[in-house]
Structure formats: C-alpha cells, structure tokens
Ligand binder design. Structure first.
Ligand SMILES: [Zn+2]
Length: 310
C-alpha cells in the first residue's frame, strides 16, 4: 500500500467511528428510556463517582461513599444481567472496531477501501474488466498470435513478481489494433486485484495533466499529476498521438519517468511508433531511458492484423 491515500483512508475510518459512536449513543439512550430504574441508578453512580474523586483529591475520608458506589455498581450489574441488556457498539467492521488495523497490520476492511480508491483513480476506462484469462490469442488465428501469447506470458510473470522484478520500464511498439491496449488492461486489472496502485492514461490525457501542472492551475488535473508520480504502475497508451507542447511534452515525459524510476516505480508505454520514429519525436535521451536494457522490457515492432476488424 502506498501513502498517497492515507488522508482519505483516515477520513473514511474517522467517519465510520463517528457513526459507530452515534449508534452506540442511540442504543444507550433507548435502553435507559426503557428502564427508568436503571437510568436513575446510573445517574446516582455518576454523582457518587464524582464525590469519591473529589474527596480523594482533597484527601478526605470517603469509605461510606465508596461503599454506596460499589453497592450501586452491583445493582446496575445485576439489573443488566437479569434483564439481558447489552450495551453494544455497532461497528461497520467488528473485526478491527473501525480502527483499520489488526496487530498493527491493515485490516481487510482497510485493504478493501484502499482497493476501491486505487480502482477509482486507475481511470481504466477502455477495458475495465479485461484480464489475462480473457486473452484469446491461443485460438484466434491472428498473425501476431504467437508473439502476443509469448508477450502475455512474459508480462504475467512480471505481474506475478511485481514487487521484486528488476524490470521498471516497458515499451510495447506495434501497429494499431494488434492488441496492445488489451494486454495493458489485463496487466492493470491483475495488479489492481493485488492491491497495486495503477494509473492508465492515454498520452493525450497525460500531456493535459502535464500542461496543467506546468501552468500551475489549481485543478483536478494538478492533483492527478501527484498520482501520476505516486502510483506504482503508470500505463501510457498511444504514445505519439499527443500534441508536442514546447517545454512540456518531452520535458515532462523525461522528468516524470526519471522521478518514477528513482523511486522504483514502474512505467509502461504503448505506441504505434517504431524506435526511429520515437527518437525523431522525443530525442534519444527519452528513448534510451525507456529502453535501458538494465531495467526495461521493450518489444518492437508487432505487426499483425487489426483485431478490431477481425
Ligand atoms: Zn476492519
């Protein structure tokens, strides 16, 4: 789990605890109004407690009051037992009592809330359900099937060892419609199932986020840039289709990638351009960062049939 959503998760837990408190208070008041004798004794108990603590502070003797207090406590206890009264706190999660943690580890309710947040922020709009299991390259007979099948297996292995793999960067070049976005969606969905934070963006969307960050507008995009840096896997689809803004597109691509690599975060680029076209468009510095053999898997260039036309 990453820290990015800490504040949000804390406020979710806070509001849960507030609700639990209100429920408990309501439950308590209902019980007392149904049992006026008990209500009276509790009132007496409170005032005796006050007197005892006052006398103790003043170092006055208070044996008599203490005795009355324990009598009252016993009365209350017996009354509660005899009438089968239960003062319950109804927590949203009885397991962690809405603290979010069990033995200092995140409770499964907190993990579920976190999972909800990362899914909301993944912006996995094109194929929100597609998984590795939905890969049909084994049977669809497309010319790129064998290659894509291998690639699926390779990426599945990376996803399975996401936190330990040395690969931090992925470049997938291929013609339009060969199946790049489906693969990206499978990767994203599998990671989300493992509670890994993912952000899926077209390069067009990403550059809009850069532009907003650059012009320092205080908008939702600005916040989106924080998540572009924070998410554990950033997937940039259709690199090459975005506008080139001076001082923004290329510069931010490079600095964003550098920051992410510096923090061991993984980034995947999908593009219809080949290596030479990428160099021409972005310069060799970006491409050598993306395709560095020490930490990259780069695949180029997948030709094949446009699956959308099959
Ligand atoms: Zn819980």
């Amino acid at each position: 789990m990453i820290n990015y959503f800490d504040k949000k998760l804390e406020s979710i837990l806070n509001s849960r605890r507030t609700i639990a408190k209100e429920r408990a208070q309501k439950n308590y008041e209902e019980i007392l109004s149904a049992h006026p004798d008990l209500k009276e004794k509790i009132k007496i108990k409170k005032s005796l407690e006050l007197e005892v603590s006052r006398n103790t502070a003043l170092k006055k003797p208070c044996e008599e009051i203490s005795a009355r207090l324990s009598d009252t406590e016993k009365y209350i206890k017996d009354y509660v037992n005899a009438n089968g009264i239960k003062f319950t706190s109804t927590y949203t999660c009885p397991l962690c009592k809405d603290t979010g943690y069990l033995d200092k580890k995140p409770c499964k309710c907190l993990v579920a809330e976190y999972n909800k947040l990362i899914r909301q922020n993944a912006s996995l709009s094109p194929m929100p359900e597609f998984t590795f299991k939905d890969n049909t390259f084994a049977t669809n007979g497309a010319p790129q099937a064998a290659g894509m099948n291998k690639l699926y297996a390779k990426m599945q292995a990376v996803v399975n060892k996401f936190h330990t793999t040395k690969y931090n960067c992925f470049l997938l070049c291929g013609a339009s419609g060969v199946g790049k976005t489906s693969l990206a969606a499978a990767i994203a969905n599998d990671l989300l199932d493992k509670n890994v934070s993912v952000m899926y963006l077209t390069s067009f969307e990403l550059v809009n986020i850069f532009l907003d960050k650059h012009t320092r507008k205080d908008t939702a995009f600005r916040k989106a840039y924080d998540y572009v840096l924070a998410c554990e896997m950033l997937i940039v689809d259709n690199l090459g289709a975005e506008p080139i803004y001076k001082n923004v597109t290329v510069e931010y691509l490079l600095s964003t990638l550098e920051k992410r690599l510096g923090e061991n975060k993984k980034t995947m680029f999908l593009t219809q351009l080949d290596g030479q076209q990428l160099v021409n468009r972005y310069g060799s510095a970006l491409l050598s960062k993306i395709a560095d053999k020490n930490y990259s898997i780069s695949i180029g260039y997948i030709q094949g049939e446009d699956l959308r036309k099959l």
